[in-house]
Design a protein around this ligand. Structure first.
Ligand code: C2E
Ligand code: CA
Ligand code: CA
Length: 640
């Protein structure tokens, strides 16, 4: 038998190894957290094709060995399928790289057309030449009579195209990852070369496996936090996108621990292990995401957890038991996937928006109203961002309202408090509780203050020019604005540009509990004071007032919050307390202003408790600032 048999050196070991490694990859992928991207699907498909290719390779050799009548048709058919599968892997590899590089359509399309042409040419030629007998052929005795080896041409064409892609657009991918790909491909060529030298074909499929292993390790390997088993926000966004595209519903449970939600804070180990246990005990296939140090979200597929509603009570009971143990403040939110939020992939900000209105240590079940509210929130944020960017002090979306304040000494309305409203195109009037916290959170509050100050100054100017008696108008300022170096000069500039005297403006500041804020406040208050601007301490009685500190700050007026007005009406002890506090302030030369005077009773009591100023619905609700002339008095001597 001097004639060379067809691949008599073939052994199935190479294909068995490919199938085994593919299985191992599938096991690892199923048990680790993998970002569910489009590329991940391609990767899974490639594994599937690798297994299929190895099977075909083995089958076609088994068939070949078992032919004894010289009819090799079945061998030819399986061989063509085998080639088609191998080339499908190459085609998928090109799609994978193109996706990874985020190529633009005009670059992507020609590359895909060329790849498809190579693919079709190879498969069609393979089929045609095999059928016509001009391609791969075996003699009756099993000796190969090779015709055109289309496989080799196709393979080289694909390698050229892949190399072009990976070199021309190498900058689109992180360099180290690219190097990982080059490395695995180099090993593939070495193996291909080595097996050729030994007249082997057992390892052909294995050479297709190496770059796939590269993908697995470089791109789809696990991103668990080894400590808690949680994965990060980006991974959560991937999962949501995946579920949204596949129309898969999921459940989510968010745990927020405000005390730990700061840079550098770490959850105690015992708590971490409790969270880890929670994550796996109640839901099947749940994934835990670490959003920030004090915020985790558990996401679980709905179809695998059909009895989730029954479990909810169990979970909450268990949660309360744990709470008794740890005693730390929390906010828990529970809900199901919502199409709109999934589409925008905005669960994290959706949940933060709910946090804002939640009481500490409560559990909240998400409802459809929350989506409307969130949309409103997003709209307000968008408008605020625009107001901030435009920085137009005459922005018509920011309205200056004001509430006249009754001056007991003069018996007139000669001061007022400016209060902000927004008037937005789509939703109309928006009240401070709905936008001040958002503006503060995003650093937009100072621009709003500037706009209100500008509009207030304009009104003061107008009233003065018209001969009204304007004592002053106060403007609210957030503590965080004081952190800005430019704060005082910004305020200064606006007042100066409206050419009104500084003492016509007062600034209202709420006490802060923060130590570092105190020094800041002291500095800034002194700066304002030096310029003749008056200062009010706002909302006295709502926080934990530190009297010693208040005395250190040169306020002109202390605004007693409505809660103190109400307290003074509840029982004698409280009345005495409010009265003596007010008495003390007025003896120390502060003026006392009572806020929230709603009726004659409030008024009478407060006048009796060292009041200098009274403000509240009894006198007027907040009105547009241009209507202030209805309350202020024209001085006869200035009238012309
Ligand atoms: P605040 O500074 O304590 O303002 C007084 C709030 O009490 C106003 O609510 C006012 O409408 C309301 N009020 C007035 N009289 C009565 C009354 O007799 N009874 C009751 N129950 N309430 C009364 P508004 O305008 O909704 O403002 C709410 C808060 O928003 C303000 O509380 C202030 O903290 C903030 N805010 C308003 N405008 C501005 C601003 O221009 N800048 C900043 N930083 N904050 C502002
Ligand atoms: Ca105020
Ligand atoms: Ca107040």
């Amino acid at each position: 038998m001097g004639q060379q048999l067809y691949f008599d050196n073939y052994s199935p070991v190479g294909d068995i190894i490919v199938i085994a490694i593919s299985m191992v990859m599938i096991i690892l992928v199923a048990t680790s957290y993998v970002n569910k991207t489009k590329n991940f699907n391609l990767f899974l498909n490639m594994i599937f094709y690798l297994v299929a290719a190895s099977m075909c390779d083995m089958i076609h050799h088994v068939l070949y060995t078992n032919v004894d009548d010289g009819n090799y048709t079945a061998v030819y058919v399986v061989r063509v399928i085998y080639h088609a599968v191998l080339f499908s892997i190459l085609l998928l590899f090109i799609v994978y790289i193109v996706e990874l590089q985020h190529l633009e359509t005009h670059r992507k399309v020609p590359i895909m057309i060329i790849a498809s042409l190579i693919y079709l040419t190879v498969i069609i030629t393979d089929i045609v030449t095999t059928v016509m007998g001009t391609g791969f052929r075996l003699n009756k005795n099993g000796t190969s009579v090779s015709g055109i080896n289309i496989f080799m041409f196709g393979y080289i064409a694909f390698v050229v195209e892949i190399s072009y892609l990976m070199i021309a657009y190498r900058d689109r991918i992180y360099k180290k990852i690219m190097n990982g790909f080059y490395g695995t491909m180099f090993v593939s060529f070495l193996v291909l070369f080595a097996q050729g030298r030994h007249g082997q074909s057992s390892f052909t499929v294995a050479t297709f496996l190496f770059p796939v292993i590269g993908m697995f390790y470089l791109i789809h390997s696990t991103s668990y936090d080894i400590e808690s088993g949680a994965v990060n926000v980006m991974a959560m966004q991937d999962l949501i996108k995946y579920n949204y595209n596949k129309k898969k519903d999921f459940l989510f449970m968010s745990l927020y621990l405000p005390d730990y939600d700061a840079e550098g804070k770490v959850l105690p180990a015992a708590l971490q292990s409790t969270i880890r246990r929670f994550a796996s005990e109640f839901f099947k296939m749940a994934v835990l995401f670490q959003i920030s140090n004090g915020h985790v979200i558990l996401v679980a597929p709905k179809n695998l957890n059909p009895d989730h509603e029954n479990r909810l009570n169990k979970i909450l009971n268990q949660f309360h038991i744990e709470y008794d143990k740890f005693q730390m403040d929390y906010k828990v939110i529970i809900g199901e996937s919502i199409e709109e939020i999934s589409r925008k992939n905005e669960y994290v900000s959706f949940i933060s928006n709910i946090h804002r209105k939640m009481e500490l240590n409560s559990v909240y079940i998400v409802g459809i109203d929350d989506v409307d509210e969130f949309n409103k929130y997003e709209y307000i944020l968008e408008e605020l961002t625009d107001i901030y960017k435009k920085h137009d002090l005459n922005d018509t979306r920011v309205l200056a309202y004001c509430q006249p304040v009754f001056n007991i000494e003069t018996g007139r309305y000669d001061t007022a408090e400016a209060l902000m409203r927004l008037k937005l195109p789509d939703i109309g009037m928006v009240f401070p509780d709905q936008f001040i916290p958002i503006a503060e959170e995003h650093g937009f509050i100072h621009v709003l203050t500037e706009i209100i100050l500008k509009k207030t100054c304009d009104e003061i100017k107008y009233l003065m020019d018209e001969g009204y008696d304007v004592n002053r108008i106060s403007v609210n300022v957030s503590v965080m604005e004081l952190r800005d170096e430019e704060f005082t000069s910004d305020i200064d500039k606006i007042i100066e540009e409206s050419s009104i005297p500084n003492e016509k403006i007062a600034v209202e500041i709420t006490e802060s509990r923060n130590d570092s804020d105190f020094l800041l406040m002291k500095n800034k208050i002194e700066e304002l004071k030096d310029r003749g601007i008056k200062l009010y301490l706002d909302d006295f009685g709502t926080g934990y007032s530190n009297m010693e500190r208040i005395m250190e700050l040169p306020f002109d007026i202390i605004k007693f919050d409505r809660s103190l007005v109400l307290a003074s009406d509840s029982d004698e002890r409280s009345e005495k307390m409010v009265k003596s506090l007010a008495g003390m302030f007025s003896e120390l030369n502060y003026s006392v202003l009572y806020e929230g005077i709603e009726n004659d009773g409030d008024e009478k009591r407060c006048i009796n408790m060292s009041a200098s100023y009274l403000q509240g619905y009894k006198y007027s609700r907040p009105i547009p600032i241009i209507e202030l002339n209805k309350f202020f008095t024209k001085l006869p001597d200035v009238q012309k």
